[in-house]
Design a protein around this ligand. Structure first.
Ligand code: DGY
Length: 318
């Protein structure tokens, strides 16, 4: 039997491209540029392996060749795919859950520490050759140990952040739709409303999925409920944040510092972030470790293979 045809939208880690070539008639690409013409590019493909930067909205799904039965996304988030449109066309979707939780939580911790301890400003100072030496009042930040960390979205990544933050002596609060069982909660304090949650968040980490349900969740009204001088980090999705409101709060000092790995409309970002010293900006690095990207590749390829074989893999979205 001929191997199924797999159309891949971006360059993948070498070991994953090798596995794709072994298991599929893989149409690989040397490019990291977003797809433009799915109908032509995926012609005759049984499956498409896409990435978070590929917008598979209802129009793109409608434009997929009839041969496509599966979309696998090289990400845990799938807000770039119109799931209802895929389902309506009988296309199954799978993703990369679990394997990136630790790496993404590490990135959130990196942002928390870098924002609170003004690491971006310090790095820029040294690189600019403007550092005159140690001084008692230089670049004083906020110690995170002993502070309250609020996690909005206590899924797998949120729980990893909680585990790591406990090691820093932080007190963990979380806001989610439902309370976790005690073995997953691990002493974290549940909040079922913003009014009890936000005023406690000396550090707020956004870890909810993107999409319409959470669009601009961090808006002016919610920012106004945070304690003065809080730290905010986002390693989830840019769409969770109202950029105008966050920028105003970073300017006023309501939010002392922010750390962002993701942006509305990335790779473009609101130009005003670039003018602010008190925001640390990363280029969507959350899952970017060699081990994690290999694991993501393995799980998405195995999900695609299972679906094409008529099975139901654990990473099936729809
Ligand atoms: C995801 O998996 O959704 C990340 O944003 C990319 O690793």
């Amino acid at each position: 039997m001929p191997k199924p045809v797999l159309f891949v939208t971006r360059r993948l880690p070498a070991s994953i491209e090798a596995q794709a070539q072994q298991d599929y008639q893989a149409r690989l690409t040397p490019s990291d540029v977003a797809i433009t013409d799915l109908l032509t590019q995926a012609e005759g493909a049984d499956a498409v392996l896409c990435c978070p930067g590929d917008t598979l909205d209802s129009k793109a799904i409608a434009a997929l060749p009839a041969s496509v039965k599966v979309i696998g996304t090289f990400s845990v988030g799938y807000d770039h795919i119109d799931i209802a449109a895929a389902k309506a066309r009988g296309i199954r979707v799978c993703n990369t859950p679990d394997v990136l939780s630790v790496a993404t939580a590490e990135c959130a911790m990196l942002l928390i520490l870098a924002a609170a301890r003004r690491a971006g400003e310090g790095e820029r100072l040294v690189r600019a050759g403007k550092w005159d030496g140690w001084a008692p009042t230089q670049l004083m930040g906020t110690q995170v140990s002993g502070r309250r960390l609020g996690i909005f979205g206590m899924g797998r990544i949120g729980r990893e952040i909680a585990r790591m933050a406990r090691g820093f002596g932080m007190e963990i609060h979380y806001r989610d739709m439902t309370r976790l069982p005690p073995d997953l909660e691990q002493g974290a304090i549940f909040h079922d409303n913003d009014d009890s949650f936000l005023p406690l968040c000396q550090v707020l980490s956004l870890n909810a999925p993107g999409g319409d349900g959470t669009r601009h969740w961090l808006n002016e009204a919610r920012i106004g409920k945070l304690p003065m001088g809080s730290v905010v980090v986002n390693a989830a999705r840019g769409t969770l944040v109202d950029d105008g409101a966050l920028i105003a709060a970073l300017r006023s000092g309501q939010i002392a510092a922010a750390g962002l790995d993701v942006y509305n409309g990335e790779p473009r970002l609101h130009a005003d972030y670039l003018t602010l010293e008190n925001v640390v900006l990363l280029p969507h690095l959350g899952s970017a470790t060699t081990e994690t990207r290999d694991a993501m590749g393995r799980i998405v390829l195995s999900g695609i293979g299972a679906i094409l074989a008529g099975e139901t893999p654990s990473n099936l979205v729809v």
